[in-house]
Design a protein around this ligand. Structure first.
Ligand code: UDP
Length: 237
């Protein structure tokens, strides 16, 4: 396994195609990591432990790509939304559970995805605003999905997956944030121009200014921290 260590977090450094190839036959937890998650995990040991026990950690944020680049890894970010769709295509026909987003959003997302993936086999489509977690767990256990997509935002989705994965050793779980909102058509993804320049975060912040608090100062501070740790490392050696 190709892993890089960034500020104490192990991150897999596969390219997109290799990550998909690896994940296709994998079971367990895929974490789509970004600087906000690393920042939160640095202050929350339980969350850090969840990330460290994930079977695959892919670099979903441009900040992670920059951090890895500073450390000498030429890795492109792997947007969780694209990764998850490719997994659905490559495993089409296998039972899939969709858990997350506001009521009716996951249903709309499944309808749209089915147009692209005719063999899509959704066995559970559940919104993310439930109070009875136990009932959701039981229905997941009884339907035995091969792929479980969890879109509850971070850290909720990672905790949800972590609590479930040992009881479903046959499943691949992917935490994918706001992806159902995009697949449903309710939220537009950034135009390709922003995506290509790694500025998707900027587009989302312009559209949704309240995200500013989440990104700043986390993103620049994260890059500074990586630079500082590399500098200290170079001075020591
Ligand atoms: N969400 C949910 N249940 C909750 C809180 C959030 O299903 O209790 C959903 C929310 O509706 C949205 C997603 O989780 O679809 C989080 O999206 P966000 O864009 O914040 O996540 P990111 O991609 O930034 O991690």
């Amino acid at each position: 396994m190709k892993r890089a260590n960034l500020l104490g977090f192990d991150i897999d450094t596969y390219c997109f195609d290799d990550a998909v190839l690896f994940a296709k036959s994998l079971t367990g937890q895929v974490v789509t990591i970004n600087p906000e998650m690393i920042d939160y995990a640095s202050k929350n040991p339980k969350f850090k432990e969840i990330i460290s026990q994930a079977e695959l950690v892919i670099p979903d944020g441009i900040g992670i790509q920059i951090g890895l680049c500073i450390k000498g890894y030429k890795v492109r970010r792997i947007p969780g939304i694209e990764f998850a769709k490719r997994i659905l295509k490559e495993t089409s026909g296998s039972p899939v559970a969709f858990v997350g987003a506001k009521p009716n959003i996951a249903e709309k997302a499944v309808i749209n995805l089915s147009k692209e993936i005719p063999k899509l086999n959704p066995v559970i489509v559940q919104d993310g605003y439930f109070s009875d977690t136990e009932t959701i767990y039981q229905s997941l256990l009884s339907k035995r999905p091969r792929i479980v997509l969890v879109a509850l935002g971070s850290p909720k989705q990672e905790e949800f997956i972590y609590n479930l994965k040992k009881d479903m050793p046959y499943a691949l779980f992917i935490g994918i944030g706001g992806s159902f909102d995009v697949w449903s058509g309710e939220v537009k993804r950034a135009p390709e121009f922003f995506q290509k320049l790694g500025l998707e975060w900027l587009y989302r912040t312009i559209k949704e200014p309240k995200r500013l608090k989440r990104i700043f100062p986390v993103l620049p501070l994260f890059v500074l921290k990586v630079l500082k740790s590399e500098f200290n490392h170079a001075v020591r050696n």
